[in-house]
Write a protein that binds this ligand. Structure first.
Ligand code: FUL
Length: 409
């Protein structure tokens, strides 16, 4: 999970898409504190922050030498401030990854939609990529003026610039990370990470925690609750995606209390549910087990250790892993993870519980798993024997972790 932060001129005007004509004098956050943003992100468990260095209105939140439409023209810190710097520094000292959103659509810049705009945008990228330490992700937003002709963006050139200055950075939008197709935090159930010739191309679910991406006082009462954020977690992280959740910064330059309270509640729900895997004391057996110098034993799939996993025997494209417990456990969440460093392999699975009268009874089934698949049952079930059947796979099936949890919240 990463935290998106939308902040900029819109935070003062109430716009969602500023048109690039708002007066820089309006930009004056009285209490801006990037350390507060970072500590909220840390508390909730986000691993990184992606920040709107420039949104569609073109107002740059660092003193870009390429334009006079930036915070250098604002009253904030007498025009001497740099919010990208403050956030980059705060993230670095908290050990948090830092990423940048730089809107290609720029409604202020006069060269927009001409070949020169490619130079302008590229030069802004260079400023951001070379002055603020490690950047882990660059977010290329696809939004632009509806109905207008293609502005002629030279994406390939910009991507090359990213890789030249930040070879480890990931590009969202057309390159390393795929858009999930909506901004509701809901990935399709069947979510493969790999497309084509082994090209690793996972998806990210970006979604706001409010009706809009930018803060508006009128929407303070419409912040998604901890439970609503939990639903989003299941439909994003639980469907093999990264969740990029937006918490906006308000016109004072702080994340507002309702957003913090809800996000912390969300964290508590996650901890309550996932701190207690009910099958780690079980005994695991499997249809087959592959042979290697390291252990590929079925027990590895319930040891709560990320590094170890069960692998079926060579040549198998199906199989099962069964967990036997001493006492029956009650659960309503099933978590399955593949050791994703070896690729995504399983293409159909079924989870069953043993019942003395009916034998194996299916309680949940699905297609892809990938890094993580979470199945939420509509009613809790109780069982002593649980089986994960792999019905089909495109490679030898392997399971990193299998977990059962109870959502008693
Ligand atoms: C969209 C933009 O138009 C929204 O304003 C927001 O920045 C979102 C993340 O991407 O395409």
């Amino acid at each position: 999970m990463y935290m998106f932060i939308h902040f900029g001129m819109n935070s003062f005007t109430g716009n969602e898409w500023g048109d690039g004509t708002d007066d820089p004098q309006l930009f004056n956050p009285s209490e801006l504190d990037a350390n507060q943003w970072v500590s909220v992100a840390k508390d909730v468990g986000f691993e990184g922050i992606i920040f709107t260095a420039k949104h569609h209105d073109g107002f740059s939140l660092w003193p870009s030498a390429l334009t006079d439409y930036s915070l250098a023209a604002s009253p904030w810190k007498g025009g001497g401030g740099d919010i990208v710097r403050e956030l980059a520094d705060a993230a670095l000292s908290a050990g948090m990854k830092f990423g940048i959103y730089l809107s290609p659509w720029d409604r202020h810049e006069p060269s927009y939609s001409t070949p020169e705009y490619n130079d302008f945008y590229d030069a802004q990228l260079v400023e951001l990529l070379s002055n603020y330490g490690d950047i882990f992700e660059l977010w290329f937003d696809g939004a632009r003026e509806p109905g207008l002709p293609d502005p002629g963006y030279d994406f390939q050139r910009w991507f090359n610039t990213v890789y030249q200055y930040q070879p480890n950075a990931l590009i969202f939008g057309g390159k390393d990370i795929r858009w999930v197709g909506n901004e509701d935090g809901i990935a399709p159930e069947e979510q493969w990470s790999v497309i084509g010739d082994g090209w690793w191309f996972p998806s990210e679910c970006d979604t706001p925690n409010r009706p809009g991406w930018f803060w508006r006082e009128s929407e303070d009462a419409r912040v998604l609750s901890g439970l609503e954020l939990l639903d989003i977690y299941f439909t994003s992280v639980g469907r093999n995606c990264v969740l990029l959740l937006n918490l906006p910064v308000n016109n004072k330059g702080l994340i507002s209390t309702p957003d913090i309270v809800a996000a912390q509640k969300f964290r508590q729900h996650l901890d309550t549910i996932f701190d207690d895997n009910l099958i780690i004391y079980g005994e695991a057996t499997a249809s087959t087990t592959g042979e290697d110098s390291t252990s590929w034993a079925p027990q590895n799939a319930i040891d709560a250790k990320g590094e170890t996993f069960w692998v079926a025997a060579d040549g198998e494209f199906s199989g099962w892993i069964e967990i036997a417990l001493e006492d029956s456990v009650t659960f309503d969440i099933i978590s399955i993870q593949e050791p994703i460093q070896y690729g995504q392999r399983i293409s159909e699975y079924d989870v069953q519980i043993w019942n003395e009268i009916e034998g194996w009874v299916s309680i949940s089934s699905g297609t892809t798993i990938g890094y993580k698949k979470l199945d939420r049952l509509s009613v809790p079930v109780a069982a002593k024997r649980i089986r994960l059947s792999i019905i089909d796979a495109v490679g030898v099936p392997a399971i990193q972790e299998f977990g059962l949890f109870y959502e008693d919240i």
